[in-house]
Each structure stands twice: as C-alpha cells, then as structure tokens.
Design a protein around this ligand. Sequence first.
Ligand code: PGA
Length: 254
Amino acid sequence: MEKLVIGNLKMNLLSAIERERYLKAFKNELKGKKLSRINLVLCPPFVHLEAFKKAHLGKKVSIGAQDMFWERSGSFTGEISPAMLKDAGCEYVILGHSERRRYFSENDEEVKMKVSSALKNGLKPVICVGESKVERSGGQAARVVGRQVRNAISGLNRTQAENIIIAYEPVWAVGSDILPTSNEIMEAKVLIRKILVELFDKKYAGLVKIIYGGSVNSHTAREACVDPAMDGALIGRESLTPFEFLKIAEIINT
Ligand code: PGA
C-alpha cells in the first residue's frame, strides 16, 4: 500500500504571487526526488484549488480541500459543495480538523454528515481525530478518539473503506512542537484499527489508511510516522516549505 503524505496549507498563500512562488518552488524541489512508495496531496485554501490543479504537479501529486459542506447545492451562503471540489480537481478533503472543531464548533454529527457526503460525491475524506491535553491527562484519550472515529464512520458501507483516511492528530501536538512518543502513536493506531475491524471486519478494515499529524518535521518524521508504521502523515507548517515537506516525504518513503 502506498503511503500518503498530505500538506495542509491552512489559511496561507495570501496572494496569487505567493501561490505562484510556492508552486514554482514545489516543482523544482520535486524534480529527482525518490518517492516511489508515496502519494503526495496538497490542500491549499479553496481559492487556490484550480490553480494548483492546473499547475500540473505530476502523477505523484493529488489535490485536496481543507473542508466542505455536506449539501451538494442550494442556499447555504458561504459554503463550498463537494461537487464544486470534485469539479475543481480535488480527490481528497480534510474533515473534522481540530481547528475546525475548536474555532468553528464543529461536532461529531457534522463531521459524520460531511464524511458521508464526501464519499457519496467521490471524494476521499481525511478524517481528523485526537484528544486534547486535558483529555489525555485525565486518562480519556482512548475514549475520545474512539468516540470520534465511531461517530465519523459508523453506518458506512465497508466497500467504502479503501477511500477513507483517518488522521490521528492529538490536539496538543498540532502547531505546538510537542510530540507523542512512537508508542503513544502506535497505541492510537491499534485502537483505531480495532474499531475499524469491529465496524468493517478485518479484510476491509485493513484498507483504511491511518496516518499521523501534529508537529511533524524532518527531525520528527521517523519517530512519529516510520517507527509506529503509520500509513503516512498530515503536515501543517512544514508543508509551507516545499523543501522541508518533500524531505519528510523522502523519510517516510524509506
Ligand atoms: P502542524 O499541523 O504540522 O503545523 O502541527 C498539523 C495539522 O494541523 O494537520
């Protein structure tokens, strides 16, 4: 199974000039990189999606969005439809990111509706789950992560499994430079896989990719993603520097 290295560019690249500079640097850095076992995904802000698609970054690179609404069309001022994302060339969509849960009060029910709509519309959801610092110190990490996973995917058809990605992103590790240990990441992965087996049975559960995200950089990538045998990584800050992002991808490729 190929590994996924996803860049979440968040609310950055503030102008067309910045975007073009980024794309040029990305193309340059990509040349000659050995990434035979990796698929890369770049998730820019909505307004840059078409330009990223048209930049022809090559077979290795797919495009994703950072969020979407669950309805396909209609009177939903300010929202973006899965059909629009598909038409703009997206293959993936990040859903339930901790910043959306925290700043926009997204809850499990909404994440569930988005996940189901993404799959229905031919997009692969990257479902973010993870406990807060308080939840971890209170011994609640497994309960919270388990609840988020179950709520996001229960009721889905097991034949959809191969299009689902779960990103374990402890809230306290996102944007913080603090990382769980390899063992803690592995524990979360085992827990998530167990729930997947319960919901989809073994054969299909194995098709779901489980990746890690939160303060991954070229120094931490091995410990966070390779040692716990994750199926890839979700990268925030470091994805803004193509050199660093692709260096992480090379480490995960090995
Ligand atoms: P970070 O963000 O790599 O900057 O910690 C990860 C994420 O938000 O997915």
